[in-house]
Design a protein around this ligand. Structure first.
Ligand code: HEC
Ligand code: HEC
Length: 295
C-alpha cells in the first residue's frame, strides 16, 4: 500500500483548527452580512419613513420605487407653518374684496374692537397689522399651527375667500390710535436697534422695521402701537415654544435668550411707540409682489 501523501495527512481529522478556523470565518461572514444588509438598514431607517422590507431591498442596491414608499418624503420634523407665499397667493390677497372683508370683520369686534383698533386685554389690535400677517396667522390658527382655542374655532369657520377679505380689510383699515406715551426701560432701545451679539440676539429692527416700506420682511408683524400685554404674552409663548409658528424659528431663538425683565421692557417700548412709518400701504400697489418677484 502506497504511503499516505503528506498533504492528505493534513486533513481536518488531524488538524481540527482548520475546521474551527473555517467555521469561524463562515460565521463571521454570515453575521457581518446580516448586520450590513438587515440590522443596519432597519436600525437607521425609522419604520414610518420606509417600510422594513424596502429598507432591506435598498441595502441590497435594489432601487426603491417612489410610489412604493409614499411616506418616504414625509418630513420628520413638524413644519412650523403650512403657509407658502407663492405669487398667486399674494396676488389674490391684493385683489381681495375689502368691502366684503368689512362684513366678515363684524365677527371680530367683540374681542378686537371696532375696526380692530382696541382689543381686549388678551386680544391684539388688528388695525395697522399687515394684511399678509393677518392672512398667515389665520391660516396657522386654522391649521392648528398656532394654538388659541377661540381663534382656532373662528379661523376654521372662515373659508379661503373670507380669510383673504378680512385680512385685506384690516390691512388697509389704518393705523391703531396713537399709543400712550411711556418708556420701555433702558434695555429696550438697545435691543431693538443693536440686539446683543454676545447672546445671539438679533436686533428687532432687522425684521420688525415699520419704516421698511417695501416690506420685504413682510412676515414680521408691525409691533409699534400693539398692546404691550399682548406682546409680552407672545414673547413668553415663543420662549416656552408653546407658540411655534415662526418659520425658521427666529422668535423662539430670540425669546429664549431674553430675560423676563427684557420682555416686559421690550413690550412696553413697542406698545408705547406711535405706529411709525407706513405699516399698511394699499395692497393694490403691487409692492409686495414686485419685491418678491425681484428677488
Ligand atoms: C373671542 C374673542 C375673539 C374673537 C371673536 C376674534 N379673535 Fe382674533 N384673537 C383673539 C385673541 C385672544 C388673540 C390672541 C391669541 C393668541 O395668543 O394666540 C387673537 C389673535 C388674532 C390674530 C393674530 C394677530 C397677531 O398679531 O398675530 C388674528 C390675525 C386674529 N385674531 C384675527 C381675527 C379675526 C379676523 C376675527 C374675526 C373673524 C377674530 N380674530 C375674532 C380673540 C378673538
Ligand atoms: C430674524 C427676524 C426677526 C427678528 C430679528 C425679530 N423678530 Fe419678532 N418676529 C419675526 C417674525 C417672522 C414674526 C412672525 C412669526 C409668525 O409667523 O407668526 C415675529 C413675531 C414677533 C412677535 C409676535 C407679534 C404678533 O403680532 O403676534 C413679537 C412680540 C416679536 N416678534 C417681538 C420681537 C422682538 C421684541 C424682537 C427683538 C428682541 C424681535 N421680535 C426680533 C421675526 C423677527
Amino acid at each position: 500500500m502506497a504511503e499516505t501523501h503528506p498533504i492528505d495527512r493534513a486533513t481536518t481529522a488531524h488538524r481540527p483548527w482548520i475546521l474551527y478556523g473555517g467555521l469561524s470565518v463562515a460565521v463571521l461572514g454570515v453575521v457581518g452580512w446580516l448586520v450590513g444588509i438587515v440590522v443596519l438598514p432597519l436600525a437607521q431607517q425609522p419604520s414610518d419613513v420606509l417600510p422594513s422590507w424596502l429598507a432591506i431591498c435598498r441595502a441590497f442596491g435594489i432601487p426603491v420605487p417612489q410610489g412604493a414608499a409614499p411616506d418616504q418624503r414625509k418630513a420628520l420634523a413638524e413644519a412650523s407653518s403650512l403657509v407658502a407665499w407663492t405669487p398667486p397667493v399674494i396676488r389674490e390677497l391684493q385683489d381681495a374684496d375689502h368691502q366684503a372683508g368689512a362684513f366678515v370683520a363684524i365677527n371680530c369686534e367683540a374681542c378686537h374692537g371696532p375696526q380692530g383698533r382696541t382689543g381686549s386685554a388678551l386680544a391684539p389690535k388688528l388695525a395697522g397689522l399687515q394684511a399678509e400677517v393677518i392672512w398667515k396667522e389665520l391660516h396657522d390658527y386654522r391649521d392648528g399651527k398656532r394654538l388659541f382655542a377661540p381663534m382656532n374655532a373662528i379661523a376654521r369657520a372662515l373659508n379661503e375667500d373670507s380669510i383673504r377679505q378680512v385680512a385685506a380689510y384690516f390691512g388697509t383699515v389704518g393705523e391703531p390710535p396713537p399709543a400712550k406715551a411711556g418708556s420701555g426701560g433702558d434695555n429696550a432701545p438697545r435691543l431693538v436697534l443693536y440686539g446683543d451679539t454676545h447672546r445671539g440676539i438679533a436686533p428687532c429692527q432687522a425684521c420688525h422695521d415699520a419704516n421698511n416700506t417695501d416690506r420685504r420682511v413682510m412676515m414680521a408683524p408691525v409691533l409699534e402701537g400693539q398692546r404691550a400685554d399682548y406682546l409680552a404674552r407672545q414673547l413668553g409663548l415663543f420662549q416656552t415654544e408653546w407658540r411655534h409658528n415662526d418659520v425658521f424659528r427666529p422668535m423662539r431663538e430670540i425669546a429664549m435668550r431674553l430675560t423676563g425683565d427684557e420682555i416686559e421692557q421690550l413690550a412696553a417700548w413697542f406698545g408705547s411707540r406711535p405706529p411709525a412709518g407706513t405699516p399698511a400701504p394699499s395692497p393694490s400697489n403691487g409692492t409686495v409682489a414686485a419685491s418678491l418677484a425681484g428677488r
